[in-house]
Design a protein around this ligand. Structure first.
Ligand SMILES: *[C@@H]1O[C@H](CO)[C@@H](O)[C@H](O)[C@H]1NC(C)=O
Ligand SMILES: *[C@@H]1O[C@H](CO)[C@@H](O)[C@H](O)[C@H]1NC(C)=O
Length: 255
């Protein structure tokens, strides 16, 4: 290589190193400029927590503003509209009326609660482990804070995520009045799974199951009607024998 060029390249790299070093030094020596003016009032939410019990308010956007933003989103509107269709079909089955008292268990952000209000049901309650005011209050689905028989219809679309499905269902049944209705929506399934779910209801009789499309998913809707007669009989096996004899066996295993 040409000697002149080599010397030139050496000088160039030496100059680059010098510039880089000076820049670094400058960065170290200069006080960092922040966006917060030094005389601004302290912000409580920027305080570093001293223990895990220290709660700092993270909610910076007011609730109604947050809700307005959420409820005007396209995803929210289309899901609420899908739930509205779903509950309208329940109404057409004669299972839901404007004066019905309805409970939605594991209601999440409250799509179904809003949909029920939109189709004209005035008394709707939504609960979940995490609240989502004003649509959903906080309550444990496995230990619902309601009197026995407080509702005409109890709906859930989240039985599959329940930690204890039998307990979840017994709380749904307990909260619905005698001759009231429980509606469960699960991922699309066949008659075998439908029967397994229906069997978890100890005080209800099976009304029907149907495949439905809900929020763009293929689901199966299972409807049960509470009847304490079934609960009374569920402790027994009624065996009709060929001769027309009726024998009733106490089923001790279920006690
Ligand atoms: C129920 O409420 C909806 C919406 O308010 C209304 O359009 C409908 O007529 C009501 N149905 C009955 C039977 O009152
Ligand atoms: C729902 O559809 C699936 C697939 O078509 C079918 O196997 C299943 O039996 C249907 N379930 C009910 C409850 O009709």
């Amino acid at each position: 290589m040409d000697r002149h060029i080599q010397i030139f390249l050496h000088r160039l790299s030496f100059a680059s190193i010098t510039i880089a070093t000076l820049t670094l030094l400058l960065l170290f020596l200069q006080t960092p400029q922040t966006c917060v003016p030094p005389n601004s009032p302290p912000k409580p939410h920027l305080k570093f927590p001293r223990s895990t019990c220290d709660s700092s308010p993270r909610e910076l956007v007011p609730l109604d503003k947050k809700n307005r933003r959420l409820w005007s989103s396209r995803a929210w509107k289309s899901q609420v509209s899908s739930f509205s269709h779903f509950f309208t079909s329940i109404r057409h089955l004669g299972l839901l009326h404007n004066h019905s008292k309805v409970l939605c268990v594991s209601a999440g952000a409250g799509h179904e609660v809003m949909a029920l209000s939109k189709v004209g049901i005035s008394d709707v309650t939504g609960v979940d482990l995490v609240d989502s005011p004003p649509l959903v209050s906080r309550a444990d689905p496995h230990d619902l804070p309601f009197f026995d028989g407080a509702f005409d219809l109890v709906y859930t679309g989240h039985l599959e995520e329940a930690l204890f499905p039998a307990r979840f269902i017994s709380e749904m049944e307990r909260s619905v009045r005698d001759n009231g209705v429980c509606v469960v929506v699960v991922q699309e399934c066949g008659h075998e799974e439908v029967r397994e779910i229906a069997d978890l209801f100890r005080h209800s009789s099976f009304v029907g199951a149907a495949n439905v499309s809900l929020i763009g998913l293929r689901m199966t809707r299972i409807v049960m009607r509470t009847s304490y007669i079934k609960g009374f009989l569920s402790g027994f096996h009624i065996i009709l024998e060929a001769g027309g004899l009726c024998r009733i066996n106490q089923d001790y295993s279920s006690e």
